[in-house]
Ligand binder design. Structure first.
Ligand SMILES: Cc1cc2nc3c(=O)[nH]c(=O)nc-3n(C[C@H](O)[C@H](O)[C@H](O)COP(=O)(O)OP(=O)(O)OC[C@H]3O[C@@H](n4cnc5c(N)ncnc54)[C@H](O)[C@@H]3O)c2cc1C
Ligand code: FES
Length: 259
């Protein structure tokens, strides 16, 4: 059940070049959030930007909730300027969480860029479930790599400035070709193009795979129909589109069509 709350900001930090963490205090969200869920934030009292902005809950410590972001536009710029003592209007936790328990032994976490954001929280929940965890993180270049709070990380960069030179899906493939993995399940988050390649890879190799989508969103609660993703088999009497904000952002890869 989501809440709307005015919450105090407890910290804002630039933890790497252009990478910001905002931490706010909300006991209710901290106690209720599950990995893969997000919060929808009104970043200003004014009109610009008018719509809330969605962010994955990245970590929870006691009653503190953390989000991680890069500045891409006006909303994230305003968030980066918050200081302790400021307040935020937050709705959450929202969305369908990752299926973090069940019939798999090894979680293969695959992150493209800031697609890593939901994975620290997922990692802590997987550890409680006593799953093995291996993480794969890709970025264009070394300075954009997310390197915190992940288990057994392997890195890839497009320009070869850190880790393997290549894509994060190539990195995963190289690992799986050289390592015996018991009952794997992939958890992926990142740019849509990367998720499409990852989905095809998982299905070709019959590995269970769940993807968290980060497309555009508006209301965040299933009202505006502004966040559709095409379903597989949607024309055969089933709804053609799923809503990312309520039915996702986490989907089984075989259930959705990415373009
Ligand atoms: C469920 C969900 C979880 C998310 N979690 C995170 C997170 O943890 N950390 C994070 O940094 N971002 C996350 N995002 C993306 C984040 O919501 C957007 O980056 C943010 O809304 C941008 O707001 P803005 O006002 O700064 O940029 P805008 O002014 O809205 O956009 C600036 C530019 O970025 C592009 N853009 C905006 N949103 C996206 C997007 N989602 N994907 C690709 N391009 C986009 C716009 O088209 C535009 O060109 C998430 C999105 C969703 C749907
Ligand atoms: S964002 Fe409004 S229905 Fe999903």
């Amino acid at each position: 059940m989501p809440f709307q709350q005015i919450v105090p900001v407890s910290a804002t930090e630039e933890i790497a070049d252009g990478l910001f963490v905002v931490r706010f205090r909300s006991e209710r969200i901290a106690q209720n959030v599950q990995p893969g869920q997000f919060v929808n934030i009104r970043v200003t009292d004014g009109f610009m930007p008018f719509l809330r902005r969605p962010f994955s809950v990245s970590r929870v410590e006691a009653e503190h909730v953390e989000i991680v972001f890069n500045i891409v536009g006006v909303g994230t710029q305003l968030l980066s300027l918050l200081r302790p003592g400021d307040v935020l209007d937050v709705v959450g936790p929202l969305g369908t969480p990752f299926r973090y328990s069940g019939d798999f032994s090894t979680a293969l976490i695959v992150a493209g860029g800031l697609g890593a954001a939901p994975f620290p929280l997922l990692t802590s929940w997987l550890q409680r479930e006593e799953k093995q965890i291996v993480s794969f993180v890709g970025a264009r270049s070394a300075y954009q790599l997310y390197r915190m709070h992940l288990k057994n990380p392997h890195y890839a960069t497009d320009d070869g400035t850190a880790g393997m030179k290549g894509t994060v899906v190539e990195l995963l493939d190289r690992f799986l070709k050289s390592t015996q993995v018991q009952k794997p399940k992939i958890f992926g988050c990142g740019p849509t193009k990367m998720l499409k390649v990852l989905s095809e890879y998982a299905q070709k190799n019959t590995i269970a795979c769940e993807l968290s989508l980060e497309g555009d969103m508006a209301c965040g609660i299933g009202l505006c129909q502004g966040c559709p993703v095409e379903r597989v088999g949607g024309s055969n009497g089933k709804k053609k589109y799923a809503l990312v904000c309520t039915e996702g952002p986490s989907f089984q890869c075989q259930d959705i069509l990415l373009s």
